[in-house]
Design a protein around this ligand. Sequence first.
Ligand SMILES: [Zn+2]
Length: 398
Amino acid sequence: VNYAPNFGRPPRLDRDAARICKDAARICKDAERIPDPVERLRYLRSAAVASRARRGAMTLAWLAVPLLIGIVPFRVHSRPAPVPAPPVPSGGRTPLDSTPSEPPKVWRVESTESAELYSNGLRIDLTFAAPNHPRPTFSVYSLANASQIVGEASQPLGIVYHTSESDLAPFEERSNRQLKRIGRGLLELVRQEHCYHYVIDRFGRVFRVVPETDVAFHAGYSVWADNQGVYVNLNDSFLAVSFEGQTGALEEVAPAQISSARALTEMLRSRYGISAANCVTHAQVSVNPDNLRIGSHTDWAGKFPFREIGLPDNYQATAASVSYFGFLYDSVFLHATGGAWKTALDRAEDQLRRRAEAEGIGTARYRAALQRRYKQVLATLKERTVAARASHEQGATP
Ligand SMILES: [Zn+2]
């Protein structure tokens, strides 16, 4: 649990947890004196039952007891619990592994002006929070012809993960002052520019900067798709989570940042019903409309810890910009992915080729037609932005 500065007294939940841990530690110490593992387990169970009766619902902390004393000897004697069949991933176009796609239910436990606490241990610091303009409704485009609108939506449909590309001080104790100064500078910049909804700093602290109800300017020209439709320019439709870090130094991303990203992802997926397939990296969605190539931004082009964050390896997902809009990619981008996205890109190319064959035209012509669709969508979106700006200015005129 990360305590935000000025958060004040630990909440009641933490005080209860501390009491239970103390209690558990005492029982573990007693248990260590029992040489026979079966006897030891029996003692622990009865102690847990007694304590549960005393305290009511706080049973989860007992899960920590076997860990504290080292459960290894019991494994020899006890049969492993049956492993439940993995659920079928929902919403993914290419469900390729068995990582559970349903996040646990996560709820807000308490909230103050400066922080929020969630049931999975997530703590969100609000000291840099600043509103931007509210999220507008956005268009969902057809999977059959991505220049056609099939619907409108207004709730966040996915998460885009970024790295902040900001300066990094050596992650060591004597750099504390520098680490804090740089982190604060980053948060001030993100607040000023409305870059991301969330920033996870070097110590794993989670800061909400742009409210989830508002737009963050994080994804620019971008494309993604799920089994409902295709999404273009994801600022309106996807939430932004940025790791304080650099593409060239991903080994510097701390385990604390990854575990916070997991808790944050669980909360956001639980709150908005976001499918695992829509939790992707900036490099996967970023496109350049001028040269029609993907990977205009290369943050998390490879090495994103999907599994550690509780997600399937979405580098295996089909590249939506290639399949639906005929985008190209070059060897520089492939190199940046470290091969992570190669299979998916090859598959997207293959799909494109097969569809061109089905249409009875060459791949180049088919690709050009898809690219025209993208340009059509972009033109419509630009018109819309201009119209929205005009009506905003009209409304602002006294
Ligand atoms: Zn980015």
